[in-house]
Design a binder for this molecule. Structure first.
Ligand code: PLP
Length: 399
C-alpha cells in the first residue's frame, strides 16, 4: 500500500524560487507537439529526429570501441583520430585549413559547441544578430547566457538577405552574428554573394561570426554549401560548427564539433569541459570511422535521397492546399497554413494533428512574437513508409 505523506510547505519567508531566467523558459513547441503526437500515435513530422539507419561503418566502429575498452574520458578536445579526420574533411569539403591539434574541438553535438563558444567569446549584455526565422535553440541559448538576440527578418518564400536591414540592426553593442546554412526551418542556403556581404559588415564592425552548418550535406538542386570561414580573411573571426547527428542519423549520440582559430579553442574547450567533460568516447571512434571510410558517394547519395523526400512532401503539401516554400537544403519545409482553422499556428498544428494524425510545428516557434502564425514546419527526415503514409494523409486533407 502506498503511504500518503503531506508535502512540507515552505515557510512564507523562504527565498527559494526559480531564477529570473526560468520564467521565460518552457518546453519547446517541437517537443510539445512530439508528446501530443505520441499520445494519439500519429506520424511525427514535427521533430527533426532523423530516424533513418546510421551508416554501418559508424555503428560497427562504435560497438568495437565499447568492446575494446574506449569507455573512459577522452582529451577535452576529443580523440586524435577524430580531430584528424575532421581537419581532413574540413579541408576537402569546407575548403578550410585547420590544425587538428589546436584548431578543432569535438563537442556534445553542435548544441554543446554553440553553448561553449558563446560562453567563451561573448559577454552578458552583448547583442548577437540572428536571422529570422531562426532555430529556437540559438535564440534561447543566447538569452540564457544573457546575450541579447537581435533578429533580422528574411522574407518568404526565398528568404533572401536584405543587406540594409542587416546594417540597420547593428548597434555599438553588436558583437556577433549567427548564420545557419542550410537553415532550419526555412531551408535557405546562403549564397556566396550574401556571405560576402556579411563578411564585409563583419570586418567593418569587428564582429564574431558563428556558423551552424549541421545540414551542410543536405542540399537540393545542385545548391552549393559555402563555409563562411573559407571566405578571404574570415577564418580568424569565424566559429564553424557542425556535427554528426544529421549526416550519420545519430541525433541521440550527441556528437558534434567546431573549428576555430587556435587562440579561441582553449577557452571554448574549457567551457565545454565544464558542462560536458568530453563527447561520448566510443561514439567518437564511430564518427572517425565514418569520416574515414565513407566516400563522397555517401554524401551525394544522402543529398539525392533527401531531395526525393523533399519533392514527395512538397507535392503532398501542395495537394493539401498548404503552399510550401521550397527549401534548397536541410530537411524541413515551411508551409502556408492559412486555410487551416485556428487563430494561431499552435491551434492550426493541433487541428491538423487531430484531423489527419500528422504532427507539424507551429511556425511561431521560429519567429519573434506575432510572426509565423500562418506557417507550419514539416520535417521529412523520415523512413520511406511513414513519410509516404504522412503524405497520403496530407494529400487527403479534408477541410
Ligand atoms: N543546429 C540546428 C540548426 C539544428 O536544427 C539542430 C537540430 O535540430 C541542431 C543544431 C542540433 O544539433 P546537435 O544534435 O549536433 O546538437
Amino acid at each position: 500500500m502506498p503511504t500518503t505523506t503531506t508535502a512540507p510547505t515552505l515557510a512564507k519567508t523562504s527565498r527559494l524560487a526559480l531564477s529570473e531566467l526560468s520564467a521565460d523558459i518552457m518546453q519547446s513547441e517541437i517537443r510539445a507537439m512530439s508528446v501530443e503526437c505520441d499520445r494519439i500515435q500519429g506520424i511525427n513530422l514535427a521533430q527533426g529526429v532523423c530516424d533513418t539507419e546510421p551508416p554501418a561503418p559508424v555503428v560497427e566502429a562504435a560497438i568495437a570501441a565499447i568492446r575494446s575498452g574506449h569507455n573512459i574520458y577522452t582529451r577535452l578536445d576529443g580523440i586524435a583520430p577524430l580531430r584528424a579526420a575532421i581537419a581532413q574533411k574540413m579541408a576537402h569539403y569546407n575548403r578550410l585549413t585547420c590544425n587538428p591539434e589546436s584548431g578543432v574541438l569535438v563537442t556534445a553535438g553542435a548544441t554543446g559547441a554553440f553553448f561553449a563558444a558563446c560562453m567563451a567569446l561573448l559577454n552578458p549584455g552583448d547583442e548577437a544578430l540572428l536571422f529570422e526565422p531562426f532555430y529556437g535553440y540559438h535564440r534561447n541559448t543566447l538569452t540564457s547566457l544573457r546575450i541579447k538576440p537581435v533578429t533580422v527578418l528574411l522574407d518568404a518564400p526565398r528568404w533572401e538577405l536584405d543587406v540594409d536591414r542587416l546594417k540597420r540592426a547593428i548597434t555599438p553593442k553588436t558583437r556577433a552574428l549567427v548564420i545557419n546554412t542550410p537553415c532550419n526551418p526555412s531551408g535557405k542556403v546562403f549564397t556566396r554573394k550574401e556571405l560576402e556581404a556579411i563578411a564585409e559588415l563583419a570586418q567593418q564592425h569587428d564582429l564574431l561570426v558563428i556558423t551552424d552548418e549541421i545540414y551542410e550535406y543536405f542540399l537540393c538542386d545542385s545548391t552549393e554549401h559555402i563555409s563562411f570561414a573559407s571566405l578571404p580573411g574570415m577564418a580568424e573571426r569565424a566559429i564553424t560548427m557542425s556535427g554528426f547527428s544529421k549526416t550519420f542519423s545519430v541525433t541521440g549520440w550527441r556528437l558534434g564539433y567546431l573549428a576555430a582559430d587556435p587562440r579561441w579553442i582553449p577557452a571554448i574547450g574549457y567551457f565545454h569541459d565544464l558542462s560536458y567533460v568530453c563527447a561520448p568516447a566510443p561514439l567518437q571512434h564511430g564518427a572517425a570511422a565514418g569520416l574515414l571510410q565513407l566516400s563522397d558517394d555517401f554524401y551525394s547519395g544522402l543529398a539525392k535521397d533527401y531531395q526525393g523526400k523533399r519533392d514527395q512532401l512538397v507535392d503532398a503539401l501542395t495537394a493539401a492546399g498548404l503552399t510550401p516554400s521550397i527549401p534548397e537544403g536541410a530537411y524541413y519545409i515551411l508551409a502556408d497554413a492559412s486555410r487551416l482553422p485556428g487563430a494561431t499556428a499552435k491551434q492550426k498544428a493541433r487541428t491538423l494533428l487531430a484531423n489527419c494524425g500528422v504532427a507539424a510545428v507551429a511556425g511561431s516557434a521560429f519567429f519573434t512574437e506575432g510572426r509565423g502564425e500562418n506557417l507550419l514546419r514539416f520535417c521529412y527526415a523520415k523512413r520511406p513508409a511513414p513519410l509516404a503514409e504522412a503524405c497520403e494523409r496530407l494529400a487527403g486533407l479534408n477541410f
